[in-house]
Design a protein around this ligand. Structure first.
Ligand code: AVI
Length: 317
């Protein structure tokens, strides 16, 4: 540990290549959505959040802004605020003045992403104890001793929970519940089911930023795997699958093409797809049931007037 920066995650290139190869060679080819976020992919995602069609970021911020005092009343002051996927820490820092956390813990896959943000926050909030942890929190939530055990508030905004399948979401929420202890809780943002045309536009925008975000995955795969994908051979496909309650993102081959990499080779026929992301959309009660299954209760829910998005606080019970 150096100045409150703790790196617990070490990249295992062989494991990454094996995982990607398995997915690309599966009968229905797939990749994990985490591979959408190389340096360019992360910048494209930041730009997506500014798009008129991509409503979740804007609506979540408006809900939190409108209900800050009530959220603070429910949560209380002096929590240990653990920000999962903290990024530039901006969402959490908007709550600092009302929550006055005793410690702020920013968690992301790499502490390098967090360095600048934490540096800026320390200038703004010189008396707050801050810790940055580099870990892959989707697989483990074993937090180091530097994180206070009292009144833990996990903060998981942005509806990132939607990128897990419902079963995996429950398993992840169980891990949060376990790391919470009885006096802790979770503040989470969840995107809600709505009309298909709104959802489809949010994931297939008119400027083509989401298409670029999806296609950039192929450049990332070329880097990670040494593959020879040509993004010009592929098309972005995104649509709401009503039966499964999720947006699906795919890359579809625009012509017959053979892709090779050191561990494998695959012939994709015109129209074949690689499934790159799911983004589940929940009914309010359905999501509260998932939280209940994970051991949370005493819910407080805040939404916008159209019920497009919810911010929910849940106590560990
Ligand atoms: C990060 N995650 C919550 C985004 C979502 O809406 O599922 C990722 C995204 N994919 C396409 N646009 C945004």
């Amino acid at each position: 540990m150096q100045n409150g920066f703790i790196q617990l995650y070490e990249k295992d290139d062989d494991a990454i290549r094996a995982e990607l190869s398995t997915g690309l060679l599966a009968p229905q080819a797939f990749t994990s959505p985490k591979y959408l976020y190389d340096a360019l992919g992360s910048k494209l995602f930041t730009a997506i959040c500014e798009l008129p069609e991509y409503y979740p970021t804007r609506i979540e911020a408006a809900i939190i802004e409108a209900h800050r005092s009530d959220i603070a009343r429910v949560i209380g002051r002096g929590v240990t605020m653990i920000d999962l996927g903290a990024g530039n820490c901006s969402k959490a820092s908007r709550l600092f003045s009302v929550l006055q956390p005793a410690q702020y813990v920013a968690v992301d896959i790499s502490v390098d992403f967090l360095r600048d943000a934490i540096g800026r926050l320390r200038e703004q909030f010189p008396h707050m104890k801050m810790t940055a942890i580099g870990m892959d929190f989707s697989s483990t939530l074993d937090l180091p001793d530097a994180v206070r055990g009292e009144k833990r508030l996990f903060f998981y905004p942005g509806s990132s929970i939607g990128n897990f399948s419902p079963e995996d979401a429950v398993a992840f929420l169980c891990r949060i519940r376990e790391a919470c202890r009885p006096d802790g809780g979770l503040l989470i943002g969840v995107d809600l089911v709505k009309e298909s045309h709104v959802l489809n536009a949010a994931y297939d925008d008119s400027l083509g930023l989401t298409a670029a975000f999806n296609l950039n995955l192929l450049l990332h795969l070329n880097n990670l795997l040494g593959a020879n994908f040509d993004p010009r051979d592929w098309k972005h496909r995104a649509f709401f699958n009503e039966e499964k309650g999720r947006i699906e993102m795919h890359l579809e081959a625009g012509r017959n093409t053979t892709v090779t990499w050191p561990q494998g080779e695959r012939r994709f026929w015109h129209g074949d797809r690689i499934h790159t992301e799911c983004s589940y959309k929940y009914g309010q009660d359905d999501f509260l049931q998932l939280l209940e299954r994970a051991g949370f209760g005493q819910f407080h829910v805040w939404t916008d007037e159209r019920n497009w998005f919810m911010v929910c606080h849940a106590h560990a019970v």
